[in-house]
Design a protein around this ligand. Structure first.
Ligand code: HEM
Length: 207
């Protein structure tokens, strides 16, 4: 494993914000509250399924609201929250994964290219899971904001939506497992606690 002295992302700007002890403020409060609320919302909806439908539906609404807020924050938010800071093309993402597997990937203060791709995938999948759930709720229970649109939909539309909703939720879970594995891998490779950073918002300035 190499010790990386290269840190992508300039730690010395006012936007990043520095603290007195060689730490940099990276994740703003909105990103942190968003993250852990999304974890809670997804976990709740996934665990209770339709056994407690009211709770499942409200957890889904919360997840969708969080995603909507995060999409706006990705455009107008702080430096490391912006999509322009971490959304990269396939070549850079694959290049980064290759470097990481050789334990030779540079450290990033914000999301690295692979982490950024995972963030986008998670936002899309959680969003689609929520939207298909809302359509299903409208079609089968005649409830929720999409009820007027979905009322009268044939039964097989409801069944297809149910299947799609379930597949999307399971795919999201697969991505979450990969996401957490990536976080742990990166934490070990760069000897830092990325989970702690998502709680405090801070990372060490450089190596
Ligand atoms: C307990 C399990 C989880 C842990 C420990 C965890 C940890 C983390 C960490 C450390 C980051 C920052 C990565 C970096 O430094 O680049 C992150 C980002 C992110 N995680 Fe998780 N995560 C978990 C579960 C989830 C779940 C369940 C979801 C989605 C349903 C999720 C979605 C995201 C998203 C969207 C981001 C980007 C945050 C942003 O930029 O706004 N995570 N996660």
């Amino acid at each position: 494993m190499t010790t990386q002295s290269l840190v992508k992302g300039d730690a010395h700007t006012a936007a990043a914000g520095t603290t007195g002890d060689q730490q940099v403020r990276v994740w703003d409060p909105l990103v942190r509250v968003f993250h852990w609320s999304l974890v809670a919302a997804f976990a709740t909806a996934f665990i209770v399924e339709d056994d407690v439908l009211g709770l499942h539906v409200w957890a889904g609404y919360l997840a969708l609201t969080l995603i909507a807020i995060r999409l706006v924050w990705g455009v107008i938010g702080t430096r490391y929250a912006r999509f322009t800071d971490f959304v990269r093309g396939p070549r850079q993402v694959l290049g980064y994964i290759g470097d990481a597997l050789r334990f030779n990937a540079p450290r990033y203060l914000g999301h690295n290219p692979a982490g950024g791709a995972m963030v986008v995938a998670l936002l899309i999948l959680v969003g689609l899971t929520g939207l298909t759930g809302m359509a299903l709720y409208g079609a089968q229970e005649l409830s929720g904001p999409l009820a007027p649109m979905m009322a009268g939909a044939p039964a097989d539309v409801g069944e297809a939506l149910e299947e799609t909703h379930e597949v999307l939720a399971n795919l999201t879970l697969v991505l979450i497992v990969a996401h957490v594995a990536g976080v742990l891998f990166s934490s070990l490779a760069h000897r830092e606690n990325l989970i702690g950073s998502m709680l405090t918002g801070r990372k060490r300035r450089d190596d």
